[in-house]
Write a protein that binds this ligand. Structure first.
Ligand SMILES: C[S@@+](CC[C@H](N)C(=O)[O-])C[C@H]1O[C@@H](n2cnc3c(N)ncnc32)[C@H](O)[C@@H]1O
Length: 253
């Protein structure tokens, strides 16, 4: 049976969650200062798997995932329970009935039409001391695939399309913008999407292969990339490290 792009994307999001969740979870644990119930929202929650893991750690929290893709929405259904819901909508057109105290933006910032709109939306729909968590790939990740030249050409092109280069990195731009709109940076963490065990290397390989299947232009290019990835997987000395960052911000008022 044909694999659909939604199936590929679902698998990719499960893989990034299983490769990164433990690191990111320890970072966000330091935000759990209060035992009072929390209202958490994720902007661009994809298949909902990441949010479902996060909510497990927070027995007092209720969470809402906002995901605009109609094709991905059915993948969220297995994760729904009394404290976790998913709504198929753009965040821009969603009007919550009560303010949130935590907003998560994971791997979504580059996809949004306007960051200033996002900041206004957050100010309008959060409590005065609300937390904002941002997780994304570092700009330098464009150079992370030297061992995979064919894959790298495709990856760099796609990254540049959604994140045009400039004098300042995304992280620097986010810092300047968030300070301007009244947020204070509380924590930040730099880490890598990488592999420490053969099963993680296999997961990373599968992730790269699926992403190439989504991005490629023609079959000859895809065949070349798949061969390159296969050689990378079987070479015991080959490695890969994609630098990531996580930031925690708090609304000042
Ligand atoms: C790379 S995925 C990340 C999914 C999830 N945050 C995770 O980390 O597993 C980004 C998702 O954001 C969604 N998205 C992009 N812009 C959006 C918007 N304006 N409102 C809601 N969802 C959006 C996309 O459809 C996509 O599923």
């Amino acid at each position: 049976m044909e694999t659909t792009n939604a199936e590929r994307f679902d698998r990719m999001l499960k893989l990034t969650t299983s490769l990164l969740f433990e690191k990111e979870r320890s970072f966000f644990r330091c935000d759990e200062t209060s035992r009072k119930p929390k209202r958490l929202v994720e902007i661009g929650s994809g298949n909902g798997y990441y949010l479902s893991q996060l909510v497990k750690d927070r027995p007092n929290a209720t969470a809402t995932g906002l995901e605009m893709s109609e094709a991905l929405y059915p993948y969220t259904l297995p994760y729904v329970h009394d404290r976790l819901q998913f709504i198929q909508t753009t965040y821009e057109s969603y009007q919550p009935e009560a303010p949130f105290d935590t907003v998560l933006c994971r791997l979504v910032i580059d996809h949004l039409a306007s960051r200033s709109h996002l900041y206004q939306w957050i100010r309008r729909h959060t409590t005065p001391q609300a937390s904002l968590w941002i997780i994304d790939i570092e700009d330098i990740a464009c150079h992370a695939f030297d061992a995979l030249p064919a894959y790298s050409a495709l990856f760099v092109r796609e990254r540049r399309r959604i994140r045009p280069g400039g004098l300042f990195s995304l992280k620097q731009r986010l810092r300047a913008e968030l300070m301007e709109v009244g947020f204070v940076e509380e924590e930040q963490m730099s880490y890598d999407l990488t592999h420490h065990h053969p099963d993680q290397k296999q997961q990373l390989y599968t992730y790269l292969r699926l992403s190439a299947q989504l991005m490629h232009d023609n079959q000859a290019q895809l065949d070349k990339i798949e061969q390159e990835l296969q050689e990378w997987l079987t070479d015991v000395h080959s490695t890969l490290s994609i630098p990531m960052f996580a930031m925690q911000w708090r609304r000042r008022n």
